[in-house]
Design a protein around this ligand. Structure first.
Ligand SMILES: NC(=O)c1ccc[n+]([C@@H]2O[C@H](COP(=O)([O-])OP(=O)(O)OC[C@H]3O[C@@H](n4cnc5c(N)ncnc54)[C@H](OP(=O)(O)O)[C@@H]3O)[C@@H](O)[C@H]2O)c1
Length: 260
């Protein structure tokens, strides 16, 4: 009787929020998981809680050399990966009155460029894995232009295109690609938000939902359903109608730096 070996994952952004909750879901299922984030403590705590199942591969993923070394380390220890979930990300809002391109640079570097470094490191390992699956966490923000989301939305729209284009290019190699589009989830990332977050989910609920859906490898995992059902049709409206909706969402911007 042959036992199926545990599936091997690489999950980024595993120190908090959705990633930390998803790590627990994966580990509870018996999977082996390489965990990344800059903060090492929570990853080491999971390694202690799930002995023999965790590979701690901490580091700043915006550093391409660090990511290369993480990939090499996973390659040496495991030799392959079956699923890669690129979840690490950040959000900063832009104040158009004092447009600061360094915010765009930082958010795009973290959400888009770092993901591309991870993809470069992961693909050779996925090619050596079993029924390989590449997963990227984008956002429902890409359905509609939102005020102050210039940096975050641009980074996630770029990420979506990157994954959807890769999906086509990787199809001859049978590497499946899934995009995750959360609405609002209560995490350290969103607790700074100064606006209402309709229908928001807990990180645990989001992680359980993602884990349950991942097995079927859909093209997209978007949630909460009611939020998506409201937002998605707006993405099909003409630009002028989208502009009217966007203007309604304009909130009073934060005070100018000089006023503080
Ligand atoms: N929460 C929501 O409502 C929501 C909605 C749509 C999409 N998302 C997306 O979901 C993903 C997870 O977000 P979250 O809400 O769970 O936020 P979170 O709790 O702030 O988690 C972000 C994770 O990314 C890691 N990270 C950030 N920058 C990194 C870097 N340079 N190198 C390595 N790791 C880095 C963080 O760890 P360290 O700080 O320790 O490095 C942390 O583990 C993000 O991609 C986010 O954009 C969230």
């Amino acid at each position: 009787m042959s036992l199926t070996p545990p599936r091997r994952y690489w999950l980024t952004g595993a120190s908090s929020g959705i990633g930390a909750a998803l790590a627990v879901e994966l580990l509870n299922s018996g999977a082996h998981v390489a965990l990344s984030s800059r903060t090492k403590g929570p990853l080491e705590a999971l390694a202690q809680r799930f002995p023999g199942q965790v590979l701690v591969v901490a580091g700043d993923l915006t550093n391409s050399q660090t990511v290369r070394e993480i990939g090499e380390h996973i390659g040496v220890v495991w030799g392959s990966l079956d699923t890669v979930i690129l979840n690490a990300g950040t959000c900063e809002y832009v104040d158009a009155r004092q447009f600061d391109s360094s915010i765009i640079e930082h958010v795009v570097r973290t959400n888009l460029l770092a993901s591309s470094y991870c993809i470069e490191a992961a693909l050779p390992l996925l090619r050596a894995g079993q029924t390989p699956h590449l997963v990227g966490v984008a956002s429902a923000v890409t359905y509609l232009p939102m005020p102050r989301a210039e940096a975050y939305g641009a980074s996630k729209a770029g990420l979506r295109y990157l994954f959807e284009s890769l999906r086509i290019s990787l199809s001859p190699e049978n590497i499946d690609v899934t995009v995750i589009s959360p609405g609002f989830v209560d995490t350290p990332l969103t607790e700074r938000n100064d606006f209402p977050m309709p229908l928001s989910w807990s990180a645990d609920k989001a992680a359980r939902h993602i884990f349950a859906k991942l097995e079927k490898r859909p093209l997209e995992i978007a949630f909460p359903a009611l939020f998506i059902a409201t937002l998605w049709p707006l993405s099909k409206l003409p630009n002028r109608a989208q502009l009217i909706i966007g203007k309604r969402m304009l909130r009073s911007p934060p005070p100018k730096k000089d006023d503080l």
